[in-house]
Ligand binder design. Structure first.
Ligand SMILES: Nc1ncnc2c1ncn2[C@@H]1O[C@H](COP(=O)(O)OP(=O)(O)OP(=O)(O)O)[C@@H](O)[C@H]1O
Length: 495
């Protein structure tokens, strides 16, 4: 399918009265295009008159025209945005591998430069220009690789990546926890009571249920003046756990090139949030117990004992009680940490919270994107809402938010439809590797290496998403000591 794209220019609008074809008709008469996609920043009346004339003169071509208002004819970002949306829409409706042609002649020089940049980067296309007598292909003397594209053009990609990545949990208060279900009401009431008491709190719940959000709310409602330090125990290599907790002095071990504070000292006077506490190796559990009992730490490589005043909040997606019974978690430590114990219900147990969360997520994402010139606030159709309401949301609120973020940022529609949500759900690597992974049929078709690669892809995808695209953090989240290793796996698995 051959598609021609062009802005309608003044010379096109005047062509009929001046007795010549104008650049757009010139192209349609000299080449065969299945459809032409026009962009217009002119009064509707003039455009309608022109389109009626064009249809008569080029009856073999389907003509689409997209009103594309500009605040001024050289508004780069607005032009870029209209053009990207027009191309994306055309591609989504065309069959496989449409062939694109951009017409450089109609419109302003900035419009021509946007065609040029897009043709040599995001949407490879042929460029043409027309003069009174001829129509020529424009050879570009360069092929802009992504690295040398002007920042302006790369910006939309960066924004898209940033916008679809998970936002870090902000220092929150109870007011930021959205709920109306009884199950959550109980949880929040309990947490409010726990907040001012200077005792350890264990928060349990599936991934993405808001454990860190709740921990921030508890800390911020407590009288503690210091900061809340967040440490993901699952992301620290086993050999470095004690150093991360208690700090070390220069030369304490190979690689200790300078003295570093541990998280207990960093959190002195405040709260230490130990996420994924169930992943803490047994040796580190002994050391942690000692600090909790004595309120003192000793940096590795030093004999000096230092007093610390830290409230510890821990969280886990595991059943720590079962881990304790089965000997994977120390009993004495369990009872130290679980003085107060709160279990966050999974999203599927929260009834009407889901509809409320969908509405709030929509407002929140629209507000977050308000300063992005490439984004316009969006709404959800009933069918889109319906699909969101009927999902299982195994990744709970995080998965819901991230799916909605992807759908809202990717779609060019003002009101999202069911297929926009489907596309965003489909991107979730978690869905392709469900529980069935352990029960695939044995036999000649079974490919253990491929199954293991699925699992790797699944975890790497999750880590990247959770780390908001930060490679070092993502590597740590899956126990890799360097992001280069993560990168190599990503490339190998084509993630
Ligand atoms: N009730 C809620 N209201 C508003 N936002 C929520 C709620 N619950 C979770 N979120 C949001 O969902 C995302 C995930 O929450 P959070 O990181 O606190 O979950 P978690 O249980 O700590 O996850 P993990 O176990 O994977 O670390 C965050 O963006 C958080 O702000």
């Amino acid at each position: 399918m051959h598609i021609l794209f062009a802005w309608i220019g003044r010379t096109d609008l005047d062509a009929e009265t001046k007795g010549w074809d104008g650049p757009i008709l010139n192209a349609l008469l000299k080449r065969r295009f299945d459809e032409v996609r026009l962009l217009a920043d002119w009064p509707q009346k003039e455009v309608s008159r022109y389109l009626a004339w064009l249809e008569l003169r080029a009856p073999q071509t389907r003509i689409h025209c997209r009103p594309s208002p500009l605040s001024q004819p050289n508004a780069f970002i607005e032009i870029y945005r209209h053009v990207s949306a027009a191309i994306t829409e055309a591609i989504s409706k065309a069959g496989p591998s449409p062939s694109l042609t951009f017409h450089l002649s109609p419109g302003t020089p900035v419009m021509a430069s946007v065609w040029l940049l897009l043709a040599t980067s995001r949407f490879p296309a042929e460029l043409i220009e027309s003069s009174l007598l001829s129509l020529n292909t424009v050879e570009t003397p360069f092929n802009l690789p992504a690295e040398i594209l002007p920042d302006l053009l790369r910006e939309p990609d960066r924004r898209l990546a940033a916008a679809t990545a998970e936002k870090p949990v902000a220092a929150s208060s109870f007011g930021e926890i959205i709920f109306q279900s009884d199950a959550m009401r109980e949880v929040v009431a309990l947490a409010r009571k726990a907040a001012p008491r200077n005792v350890p709190l264990l928060i349990e719940g599936e991934s993405g249920t808001g454990k860190e959000l709740l921990a921030h709310a508890v800390h911020n409602s407590s009288p503690r003046r210091g900061r809340m330090i967040v440490v993901n125990c699952g992301a620290i290599p086993a050999t470095l756990v004690e150093s991360r907790l208690f700090g070390h002095v220069k030369g304490a071990f190979t690689g200790a090139v300078s003295t570093q504070l541990g998280c207990f000292e960093e959190a002195d006077g405040g709260t230490l949030f130990l996420d994924e506490i169930g992943e803490l190796p047994l040796e580190a559990q002994v050391a942690l117990l000692r600090v909790l009992q004595e309120g003192e730490i000793t940096r590795i490589g030093e004999n000096k004992v230092r007093k610390v005043d830290v409230r510890v909040i821990t969280a886990t997606h595991r059943d720590l009680f079962i881990d304790m019974i089965q000997g994977r978690f120390r009993e004495d430590l369990f009872y130290r940490l679980a003085v107060l114990r709160i279990r966050l219900p999974a999203l599927r147990e929260r009834g009407s919270d889901l509809a409320l969360l969908i509405g709030r997520a929509l407002d929140k994402i629209n507000a977050e994107m308000a300063n992005d010139p490439l984004y316009t606030p969006k709404s959800l159709s009933q069918s889109a809402c319906q699909l969101l309401m009927t999902q299982n949301w195994r990744g709970n609120v995080r998965e819901l938010y991230n799916t909605m973020r992807r759908a809202l940022v990717w779609s060019d529609r003002q009101c999202l439809e069911r297929d926009d949500i489907e596309a965003a759900l489909f991107q979730d690597t978690r869905r392709s590797t469900d529980e069935g992974i352990l029960n695939r049929p044995l036999g000649r078709d079974c490919n253990l290496d491929a199954i293991l690669e699925d699992v790797m892809a699944h975890y790497i995808g999750r880590a990247i998403e959770k780390a908001g695209g930060n490679k070092t953090r993502a590597a740590n989240l899956i126990g890799y000591s360097s992001y280069q290793r993560l990168d190599a796996q990503r490339k190998r698995l084509g993630i």
